[in-house]
Design a protein around this ligand. Structure first.
Ligand SMILES: Nc1ncnc2c1ncn2[C@@H]1O[C@H](COP(=O)(O)OP(=O)(O)O)[C@@H](O)[C@H]1O
Ligand SMILES: [Mg+2]
Length: 202
């Protein structure tokens, strides 16, 4: 049995990751491809508990502690859920993974990139996605989309922070093997077509 494919959806807050993950899940189901849909931070019970700490707007979390919590969540998620699925031949569709940490904690918070890469390599055990899809949206889209949503600790950051996240993703995506940067400000169906074509290599 061949190993499952590890597909990651990335991009700034509200770029459309959850929406597109659902569309992609439908395409995989239709093709009878066995898969799981998961997310970071979180994905397992203990990693979701770490997520709750990370995203609680009432909590103070220092940048280094934030980085370590994301990597702790990733270490758990990778070992408990992602690797076992891939080894069973099941595809893993994951919202956010290592690239998010480079963009948020590296480019936006300003933590050392070599330190992040080292910690991330330890947390992932060297696992890399087969494909990372980054949905790119301008910062102005953040305020325009889904105004009713309650914002989490990271989403409450400034517009300047979001701009650094966006620019970070754009820069990192160009250099990362197996990564594509797609325009996320297009009709949902068009973005989906673009993602599905790359994931299913039609
Ligand atoms: N291509 C798009 N064009 C316009 N609105 C979109 C698009 N993709 C997603 N949205 C809307 O933006 C909001 C955030 O989308 P969501 O999928 O939850 O983003 P994320 O999971 O990346 O935070 C939702 O209200 C969603 O309906
Ligand atoms: Mg989402």
């Amino acid at each position: 049995m061949s190993r499952g494919r590890f597909i990651v959806l990335e991009g700034p807050d509200k770029c459309g990751k959850s929406t597109q993950a659902k569309f992609l899940a439908r395409s995989l189901r239709r093709r009878k491809i066995p898969f799981i849909h998961t997310r970071e931070p979180g994905g397992t019970r203990s990693a979701e508990a770490i997520r709750a700490v990370l995203l609680d707007p009432k909590l103070k979390v220092a940048p280094l502690a934030e980085l370590l919590l994301y990597e702790a969540s990733r270490a758990q998620h990778t070992r408990e859920k992602i690797l076992p699925a891939l080894e069973r031949g099941v595809w893993v569709l994951c919202e956010r993974y290592s690239l998010a940490t480079m963009a948020y904690q590296g480019c936006a918070r300003g933590l050392s990139m070599p330190m992040i890469r080292t910690l991330d390599r330890i947390a992932t055990g060297g696992l890399r996605p087969d494909l990372t899809v980054v949905l790119d949206i301008p910062e102005s889209e953040f305020a325009a989309r889904d105004r009713s949503r309650r914002l989490d600790r990271l989403e409450l950051e400034s517009a300047a922070f979001r701009k650094r996240v966006r620019e970070g993703y754009r820069r990192l995506a160009r250099r990362l093997p197996g990564c594509v940067l797609l325009n996320g400000r297009r009709p949902l169906a068009e973005v989906h077509e673009d993602i599905a074509r790359r994931v299913l290599m039609k």
